[in-house]
Design a protein. Structure first.
Length: 673
């Protein structure tokens, strides 16, 4: 199948949040804090109010009321405290976008400024142990005796890896269009990964019953996690619309997105691995240091994949956080697994070299029977199959492991491998299926298609459940008035919504007219297995001995991710994730401004992501795996696993090419020469 909405998207007819035609619309533009920590003393709006077309200036001087208890990033103007540079401290509403933006530039904000601290360090005195890490994992885990395991090891690797601040950069900027009706009901067109959650959040922030709020996100131009929670633009649009009594539209600039739509926390990760002479692990320890803000706690689950990867008698993982004067970190594709597996899979490569062992074989000999941390059986686990199939396709058997010896003119050539994993979970969802007047079928669910092709995948799932051609099924999504559904996140969308759709279609078949499903009870029974997708990433790099530039002529990912619902969409998800992993490995880095707070490199001219020419040959394939324990489709999620492991495989290949181990991402030329 081709994407159902493909034609309307490429012809510009698909309507995104900022594009709904609304009468009498006005525009808001945020004013951002110029200090990293302190208080807003005074906001002088006089000059701004005298500018053409200006309707209002919102700020903490006369804060429009919100319900108490809102997330600190959403409680706009409710406090005079400044938690980070770039925080929204005022906003201008005007008749045009240009007038709002021009007036925002002349709003004068005076501050009382305090000393700030924006630097993550592994020895920071403010480090603490959070109660849990996201979404609800234990902060630490410990099994066996790490010190004893290291003492008896034939070989020990003790290394520290660092990953920088990373930013999601969806093509569609964060935007919202808010309208209040005469009865005090709120309609928001928002860029959201979930309309049910966005509705619930806005209802809470404005102290409204859920029934009075509707969120519509029919098309979303990418999210990767940055639209997984409600962002300030939606609150600001709704707040401003109430103040001026007209609809308000906000489109954040790319630079504003870097400040207020979340980012991946930087990490410092210490790995200690011990192994016997045959390569069997005797100890594995993974400690992650990360940051959060003074507003909210966000504890990335960086070391959690280490709990499930390899058999070892001694296994310890820990997370430590420090509250800095920064924006709150948030979700970014494969939060936890992505930075955590970068460090673990790089350290495994170092261990393979220390042992003089092939890195594929090292992983194979440490394959566990059951999940190392919990002891639960895996619902299915085909990591070894992915490694073997990848090695075969990539031509791994002819590889000479010696680093720094293959040369083509100025170019040093190397190959690397890393494992990949991501949890296969689902959340409760509702769905409705009905027969339409013409005999076709309408399927409704408040799901979000954030560019993944969810609409198309769900159409296939419904058609299969009904036993009819996909052309006779119409899926309606992206509206909180539809049956409640979880966000497109955690690689759980298709599994969650699809389960509810299958049940609704089954009920429709027996009822003849309508089927309504709620999978809350069904999902509750999911706990008996360890549920994960696995993969293996193989990479070839060419490193210039003159400039230090790294090129990636070949990327191969082999995945075992349950039954693949739609091969074309799945391939796009995998290679999209792998390409994003390549960006993480070689290019992406947001610098923190230590002197003034906030971020440097706040646009795509400076925050580099791979372009087509950077990725000449990226291939994703999968094993035939059907996991009947997971959901009626026997599928696992595929949105995130593609990014996991790619950066490690690239770093491992760079070592193979050059003999130089870079332990700080991204691997830019200055770190190689
Ligand atoms: Mo994704 S970070 O699970 O939205």
């Amino acid at each position: 199948m081709n994407r159902i909405e493909g034609r309307v998207k490429v012809t510009g007819l698909a309507t995104y949040a900022a594009e709904y035609p609304v009468e009498d619309v006005t525009y808001a533009f945020p004013v951002q804090s110029q200090i990293a920590k302190g208080r807003v003393r005074h906001v002088d709006a006089q000059d701004a109010l005298a500018m053409p077309g200006v309707l209002a200036v919102l700020s903490g001087e006369d804060p429009p009321p919100l319900a108490s208890g809102a997330d600190g990033e959403l409680a706009l103007f409710q406090s005079r405290e400044v938690a980070y540079r770039g925080q929204i401290v005022a906003a201008v509403v005007a008749d045009t976008y240009e007038n709002a933006r021009a007036a925002a530039a002349v709003v004068r904000v005076d501050y009382d400024s305090d000393d700030h601290d924006v630097s993550l360090r592994a020895d920071h005195p403010g480090l603490y142990k959070p109660d849990h890490v996201n979404p609800a994992y234990p902060t630490d885990s410990e099994k066996g005796d790490i010190e004893a395991g290291l003492a008896e090891a034939a070989t020990v690797v003790d290394v520290v890896y660092e990953t920088p601040v990373l930013h999601n950069n969806p093509m569609e900027p964060h935007a919202a269009l808010a309208c209040w009706d005469d009865e005090g009901g709120l309609l928001v067109y928002d860029t959201a990964q979930g309309t049910t959650l966005s509705r619930d959040t806005l209802a809470q922030v404005f102290g409204l019953p859920k029934e009075r709020v509707r969120v519509v996100s029919r098309h979303v131009g990418g999210g990767f996690g940055s639209k997984g929670t409600t962002r300030p633009q939606a609150v600001l649009a709704a707040m401003a619309a109430r103040v001026v009594g007209r609809p308000v539209k906000i489109v954040l600039t790319r630079q504003q997105m870097f400040d207020v739509t979340g980012y991946r926390t930087p990490t410092i990760q210490r790995l200690r691995l011990g192994a016997d002479a045959q390569g069997r692990l005797t100890a594995l320890e993974h400690v992650a240091y990360e940051q959060t803000s003074t507003l909210e706690e966000f504890a990335e689950q960086t070391a959690t994949p280490t709990r499930i990867m390899y058999a070892t008698p001694a296994l310890r993982t820990a997370h430590r956080l420090v509250r800095l004067d920064v924006a709150t970190p948030s979700w970014m594709r494969a939060p936890g697994e992505c930075p955590g597996m970068y460090a673990l899979e790089s350290a495994m490569d170092e261990l393979a070299y220390a042992l003089g062992m092939d890195p594929v074989e090292l992983r194979v000999v440490n394959e566990p029977e059951t999940e190392p941390d919990s002891g639960l059986p895996f619902s299915s686990r085909n990591l070894v199959g992915c490694l073997r199939e990848g090695a075969r396709r990539f031509g791994w058997e002819h590889r000479d492991p010696t680093p720094g010896v293959r040369r083509d003119g100025e170019w040093l050539i190397g190959t690397g491998v890393a494992a990949s994993t991501y949890p296969a979970r689902r959340r409760p969802s509702k769905a409705r299926a009905v027969v339409e007047d013409d005999g076709d079928f309408l399927v409704q669910v408040a799901a979000a298609d954030i560019g993944t092709g969810a609409r198309t995948a769900l159409t296939r799932i419904a058609a299969e459940a009904l036993g009819v051609a996909p052309e006779r099924v119409h899926v309606e999504l992206g509206d909180s008035d539809l049956p409640e559904a979880p966000v497109a996140g955690g690689s759980m969308g298709t599994a969650s919504w699809g389960s509810a759709i299958v049940r609704a279609c089954e009920e429709l078949k027996s009822d003849g007219k309508e089927g309504l499903a709620d999978t809350t009870e069904e999902v509750r029974g999911d706990a008996a297995f360890s549920r994960h997708a696995f993969g293996a990433q193989f990479v070839e790099v060419r490193v210039s001995s003159v400039t230090g530039e790294v090129r990636v002529p070949r990327l191969l990912g082999v995945f075992a991710a349950g039954r693949i619902v739609d091969p074309k969409l799945a391939r796009s998800q995998f290679i999209g994730g792998m390409t994003m992993g390549m960006g993480m490995g070689l290019m992406e880095e947001t610098l923190t401004d230590e002197e003034f707070g906030g971020f440097l490199r706040r646009d795509l001219a400076q925050y580099h992501v791979p372009a087509c020419a950077d990725v000449p040959d990226v291939e994703a394939v999968w094993l035939d795996e059907r996991d009947a324990e997971l959901n009626p489709m026997a599928s696992k999620g595929i949105g995130e696993i593609g990014i996991v492991g790619t950066a490690a495989a690239i770093g491992n290949a760079v070592y193979h090419a050059t003999g130089h181990r870079v332990r700080e991402l991204p691997i830019t030329p200055d770190k190689i020469l």
